[in-house]
Design a protein around this ligand. Structure first.
Ligand code: DDH
Length: 287
């Protein structure tokens, strides 16, 4: 008696903001990567951590960070994401109280905001799991396929057609790498800034098959520097998808609003929140 209760560190908003600030600082410092930013690959890590979710069994999702382990780290779809995981290691070392699973999602949230995207409200509460929670291969989309496959994959997570198209706008960011997926090139001319350009280019450019030794992909006829995957083309081949593409191509504000809502849903799939879970909206580094 009389002894103080052992102190449990309960992180608050300011603590998560400090993690955000550290990631934002490292993003600025490490402009040697790819098109000048680790932002896109960090977004992809957050998405692949979350997109394994299966609503029927409740397995997969961002809770667990099981991509730290083989076999999940070795799944073909996750090739190259080691760069994102390694980028975040010094952040984990500086803030050991945050789980990998919360950190990876915070990396995605920070990257989207720092790449001039909308605010992404963030709720911590993910706990790391061991390798027995690794998901089976094949839960993430196959880029060589069309509308039917895209629907199968995203309906399994619990998304509707409008939400699927809103999520795909993330391809305004980053690029394909032959050493990862076999595909090659960026989708837009400004792959480190989030805009609705993905939709504008899908509709506004002429797309033709690229003639090369790699997997079947499209190139824009005019500059031959941009690309689309067969799975991207699904969004204009399918009438229902195309309506939403047109909506987002016409209005960046509408895209931002819907993108923010749907990415929050993606990042929270399968996370066991309680009523007490708080939501945080982070300040950008230039605010
Ligand atoms: Fe994606 N994506 N993605 N994607 N994705 C690739 C890169 C990036 C598909 C395939 C690929 C989403 C949906 C789909 C990002 C975010 C998101 C690459 C190239 C392939 C292939 C990887 C490489 O070679 O390095 C397919 C198929 C789909 C689909 O919808 C059917 C979604 C939903 C998101 C999201 O974030 C919400 C980002 C960012 C990249 C760029 C990564 C980088 O390193 O740059």
């Amino acid at each position: 008696y009389g002894a103080a209760e052992p102190k449990v560190f309960k992180p608050e908003f300011k603590d998560y903001q400090a993690v955000y600030n550290e990631i934002a600082k490292l993003l600025q410092e490490h402009d040697e990567y790819d098109d000048g930013s680790y932002g896109p690959v960090l977004v992809r890590l957050a998405w692949h951590a979350s997109g394994t979710y299966d609503k029927e069994s409740g397995t997969g999702g961002s809770n667990g960070a099981t991509m730290r382990f083989a076999p999940e780290s070795q799944h073909g779809a996750n090739a190259g994401l080691i760069n994102a995981r390694n980028f975040l290691e010094p952040v984990k070392a500086k803030f050991p109280w945050i789980s990998y699973s919360d950190l990876w999602i915070l990396g995605g949230v920070c990257s989207i905001q720092e790449m001039m995207g909308p605010k992404i409200p963030y709720r911590p509460g993910r706990a790391d799991r061991d390798m027995s929670s690794c998901t089976p291969d094949g839960r993430l989309p196959d880029a060589s396929q069309g509308p039917r496959h895209v629907r199968d994959i995203f309906y399994r997570m619990g998304f509707n057609d409008q939400e699927i198209v809103a999520l795909a706008g993330a391809h305004a960011l980053g690029r394909c790498h032959t050493q990862n997926s076999g595909f090659d090139g960026p989708w837009t001319f400004s792959p480190t800034v989030l805009t609705n350009d993905y939709y504008k280019l899908l509709l506004g450019s002429k797309w033709q098959w690229r003639k090369w030794d790699g997997p079947k992909q499209y190139e824009d006829k005019e500059t031959k520097t941009l690309m689309m995957l067969p799975a991207d083309m699904a969004f204009i081949e399918d009438k229902e998808f195309k309506k939403t593409v047109e909506k987002y191509a016409a209005d960046n504000d509408v895209f931002f609003k819907d993108f923010s809502a749907v990415i929050v849903k993606l990042f929270e799939l399968g996370v066991p929140y309680t009523e007490k879970s708080e939501t945080f909206v982070f300040k950008n580094s230039d605010e």
